[in-house]
Design a protein around this ligand. Structure first.
Ligand code: MIC
Ligand code: SF4
Length: 644
């Protein structure tokens, strides 16, 4: 067996081990973050459980820490109280980004982790099967329900050799993104194997599994080996180690070989993480902002490397250089070893250990300028600036750009020597900002800015649909529900729904929200049309809840991404696929009827859309019996309320 099969097999509750078949797995650990967590815990409360039934559940506060107005802290107090009430640990603001902290303090090889954030696969760097999901699925897992995935196809990535100077773990995942792209990988797990694996430390592996989320796979995983033990020992957690290696005769559904020795520095230019270029192709591009941070590249290794390159130097006068350490542990360690002071001397602006600019919480670049960020996403507008250019890069490439004021190929210069970075023998760890559940259950604090999750009605027999929007390929959840300044509305669907598809609204014209409400008020149903890979990116279930609240009953697209499909189903919206020819027909009309929906779904049949001119278009689906039951009920919350 390979590592994926080993971990999955130990967790299967029911289902068949054939690729594509639904399999329910036991979830050992969960994590939430504040931007998805408030909704997840409101949903958990609706399940009526006394406490969580997992081995470990952690609620992180790391996304909404700008606190402009009371909304964010209202959420924080709710999260802290609800964590205490239900037996959940709460990582307070300032303690760091969920994925970085979970890797440092809680991740365990061989365990399953479900997180309400798409970058939960970071834990794969420690040999765990760590999967991103919508908040409701995480709430259900906290309540002891198994989580259903499709038994995956395993893509084996064979690593040979070792990384040359100036080439980083980030370049490994950028290389893979250039091969697999961000679409078409639904239902796969990426597993790394081969002699090159041993050359990568856990933080380097975590960079790779973290950004594996951009491939659209279920998760990514490394074996748990001596390097894993080394990391856990340094974190004072050797007892959490378990060796998990693939068998000698393990097989994979597809094998991709990457010779680390032959890799070169790469970048991904906006608007997509798979728009990968070699450094040679972009050399000389003038840069205005450089940021080292995010859950992809803000480990102690990354920051000490950046500091070593900057020692005795200053950043280019035209560059605004920012550093956001991934966790309080990293912040404390760069303080103690002098790296923090190096950053300050070099002219860096130090940010708190949180998501910050990665999700457009401030630090938006100026219009038309270029920034180099060590992050994982560069979708247009994500920075808060609609027409900027973002290059995703390794810390190595980013720091060199900060020093030189432009993108440079560091291998071509011999002034700055490549530093040797060793993993520390011991990481500082005081978990003082991780609050365990108190002995006495606290009252739940619910401020006026926190609303209830909205209710949906059961799916109608006939959908009399108005097409609300016609979209192209690769629509991300950032397009559907903007983050950044709008994230403060995450716990209030009524408010947040006003901004659905905000980036497509035009000044002076009817907004998507207004259009959808008009359709809803006229007792008709909203339909969304899209191309390939609808719902890429984040796990935010708001990208399903808000359209549901506005009366959307179906999304018709060429293909869908995994987490968003599950979120649509969870909230009673039909994800229907259509042929390219069918999509063209639908794009030419404004209204479509989809009749006998309930009866045809119950019989497991495809649906048919009838257009204004009477032509018919087949709408297919890959819904399981359980999915159909969920959608017919109007979503999982209705289903659970009925079963209680
Ligand atoms: C992201 O990176 O897009 C986020 C913000 O972390 C999201 C979660 C969210 O929207 O709250 C994710 O990756 O799932
Ligand atoms: Fe936070 Fe960015 Fe990581 Fe999302 S990708 S969890 S916003 S740091």
């Amino acid at each position: 067996m390979n590592v994926t099969e080993k971990i999955l097999s130990g967790h299967v509750v029911s289902g068949e081990k054939t690729p594509g078949a639904p399999v329910a797995i036991r979830i050992d650990q969960t994590l939430t973050q504040d931007a998805t967590g408030t909704m997840a815990y409101l949903e958990f409360e609706a399940l009526g459980k006394e406490k969580v039934e997992t081995e470990l559940s952690v609620s992180y506060i790391d996304h909404n820490t700008a606190q402009m107005g009371p909304n964010n802290m209202n959420d924080h107090l709710y999260l802290r109280s609800v964590a205490g009430r239900f037996g959940i640990k709460c990582s307070l603001p300032g303690n760091g980004i969920c994925h970085q902290v979970h890797l440092e303090r809680f991740g365990k090889p061989g365990k399953t982790l479900l997180g309400s954030d798409s970058h939960t696969p970071t834990g794969g760097g420690l040999g765990m099967l760590a999967i991103g999901a919508g908040g409701l699925d995480v709430a259900l897992a906290m309540g002891g329900e198994p989580f259903t995935i499709k038994w995956p196809k395993v893509i084996g990535v064979k690593l040979t050799g070792s990384l040359p100077k100036w080439v980083a773990a980030k370049d490994v995942i950028l290389k893979l993104l250039s091969i697999l792209t961000t679409k078409g990988n639904v239902g796969c797990v990426v597993e790394y194997f081969g002699p090159g694996v041993a050359s990568l430390s856990v933080p380097q592996r975590a960079t790779i599994t973290n950004m594996g989320a951009e491939l659209g796979v279920t998760t990514s995983v490394f074996p748990s080996d001596d390097r894993t033990l080394e990391f856990l020992e340094a974190q004072g957690r050797a007892k959490d180690f378990q060796e998990i290696l693939s068998d000698q005769d393990a097989s994979y559904d597809r094998i991709i070989e990457i010779d680390l020795t032959k890799l070169e520095p790469l970048v991904a230019q906006s608007p997509s993480p798979d728009n990968v270029k070699t450094i040679g192709e972009v050399e000389g591009t003038k840069v205005h902002q450089v940021i080292i941070g995010s859950c992809t590249n803000s480990s102690y290794r990354d920051l000490t490397l950046a500091a070593a390159l900057l020692r005795g130097r200053r950043v280019h006068p035209d560059v605004s250089f920012l550093v956001a350490p991934g966790s309080r542990q990293v912040m404390q360690m760069i303080d103690r070893d002098g790296s923090l002071s190096t950053f300050l001397t070099a002219g860096a602006r130090i940010l708190e250990s949180a998501c910050g600019p990665c999700i457009g919480q401030g630090l938006s670049p100026a219009e038309g300028t270029v920034s180099v960020r060590t992050f994982n996403r560069n979708f247009s507008g994500r920075t808060g600036t609609p027409n900027d250019t973002v290059f995703l890069a390794s810390p190595e490439t980013a720091v060199m750009a900060a020093i030189c004021g432009e993108l440079v190929d560091p291998r071509k210069q011999d002034v700055i020597k490549y530093p040797k970075i060793e993993e520390p023998e011991r990481y500082d760890h005081d978990d003082w900002l991780i609050v365990p559940p108190p002995r006495r259950k606290p009252e739940i604090r619910r401020a006026s800015t926190i609303g209830e999750p909205p209710k949906n009605s059961p799916l109608p027999e006939n959908i009399e649909g108005d097409i609300l929007i016609k979209l192209g390929d690769k629509i991300t959840t950032d397009h559907i529900m903007p983050a950044g300044a709008f994230m403060k509305f995450r716990s209030n669907i009524k408010e947040y729904a006003k901004y659905v598809f905000n980036c497509f609204n035009e000044e002076g014209k009817e907004t998507f929200y207004e259009r959808a409400l008009k359709v809803k008020d006229s007792s008709r149903h909203g339909i969304i049309l899209a191309g390939l890979s609808y719902g890429q990116g984040s796990s935010r279930e708001h990208a399903a809840i808000c359209p549901m609240y506005l009366g959307v009953k179906a999304v018709i697209a060429l293909s869908f991404e995994r987490i968003h499909t599950a979120n649509l189903i969870n909230f009673g919206i039909l994800p229907l696929t259509v042929s390219a020819e069918g999509l063209e027909k639908l794009k030419n009309c404004e209204h479509v009827s989809i009749r006998n929906v309930r009866s045809q779904l119950k019989e497991g049949q495809d649906l048919t859309a009838e257009t204004e001119d009477g032509s018919k278009v087949i709408l297919s689906h890959a819904l399981t019996k359980k999915d159909i039951e969920t959608i017919l009920a109007g979503g999982k919350l209705n289903l659970f309320a009925a079963k209680k």
